[in-house]
Design a protein around this ligand. Sequence first.
Ligand code: GDP
Ligand code: ZN
Length: 458
Amino acid sequence: METDTITAISTPMGEGAIAIVRLSGSEAVAIADRLFQGRDLQAVDSHTMHYGKLIDPETDEVAEEVMVSVMRAPRTFTREDIVEINCHGGLVSVNRVLEIALESGARLAEPGEFTKRAFLNGRIDLSQAEAVMDLIRAKTDRAMNVALKQMDGRLSRLIQDLRQKLLETLAHVEVNIDYPEYDDVEEMSHEMMKVKTNEVHKEVEQLLETARQGKILREGLATAIIGRPNVGKSSLMNALVHENKAIVTEIPGTTRDVIEEYVNVRGVPLRLVDTAGIRETEDIVERIGVERSRQVLQEADLILLVLNYGDEFTEEDAKLFEAIDDMNVIVIVNKMDLEPRLDIDRVKVLAADHPVITTALIREEGIDQLEEAISDTFFEGELDSGDMTYVSNVRHVQLLKQAKEALEDAQHGMEMGVPLDVVQIDVTRTWEILGEIVGDTVHDSLIDQLFSQFCLGK
Ligand code: GDP
Ligand code: ZN
């Protein structure tokens, strides 16, 4: 099959000592060969790497020292001929290599186009392609493992098993419709349909249950830092981020914008939100911050409530405790270096089951204990990224919900005594919806949309 040859930088920008410019398509080897001095790339074995020099066709001068890998179709990521040019990681160097590849006849790849080709050429299925995207965006090692497993085809296999189950049941019903004279076949079909839809329903529900944790691994645990002005919220955020991105200030109430930051706390990805503190105020500008803070609270998976050890427990503090009563909270008593004015025992009573951690952020004390508490709340109980298949993709979750509803329609129908050939319609629909997860029944526009979300070069 003839394909135009695409190229892009396929390593992250500005990182690492080595960068890779990748070419894929029918002309990949021919184009690379024209640029390369050292070996006849058209003649080398597939899956071999060669040292040489890259020639700028405009000036005929040596542009770069490179290592070039040649991989012939179909044993490649895209199932097309692929050439990877390894060059120095600097921005200037790698851009020059890309420019030369473009001058020599390759076309700049659209975002996600390599992966799209892999999908279209049957190398990977849709959920695997989406996993590649998750991998690129993975915030922590654990999130990466989830994506890797998905890419490995775990979710796909699970979904295909469920589809197979439904298909067999549907085939059975077909037989029943074709040979209505066998009463016992009808009995069996009815019973089988019930059992199989129940089985599949249960598995779909279990997959949906993993979605919340999958979402956290993928998008981060939405974490709100709350407390009165000046207690040390920004300092806490900075301590966790290890960078001064949030504004730290002496003036109470000056953190007006909600700032977001990602951090990796012992494998738990936190999406930190620094808020202006929820409290009543007359200041208009501040109120915007306060409104948003309330909203953030509603959406938070974890709340870090900060108190000041050097200050009396106030009415505002009490209100904060009320607001977060049934949420996932860690109480932090900061400024332990100051003269005590806060009654810690009272705080512990109010905190009830929530952990209370003491810190002196100004001296970088207590951060380890806090990080441990964060990781404990998350990994407590069932979550263990070891052997589970997580559903972490929004599209997959939506489709699973639809599949669940279709199955429930079928179950309901059977309870009501609806004939099997009608129930069959809902089961067929379930089979189709599940097929969309692995890409068997998707439309072109969806595919374009999905792949356009990829980073360039993947
Ligand atoms: P926020 O208004 O809640 O965000 O509080 P900030 O993080 O902006 O901190 C307010 C002030 O308290 C700053 O001057 C910090 O340096 C100071 N601060 C933060 N942590 C501590 C601490 O543990 N001890 C003392 N003494 N001061 C602290
Ligand atoms: Zn602040």
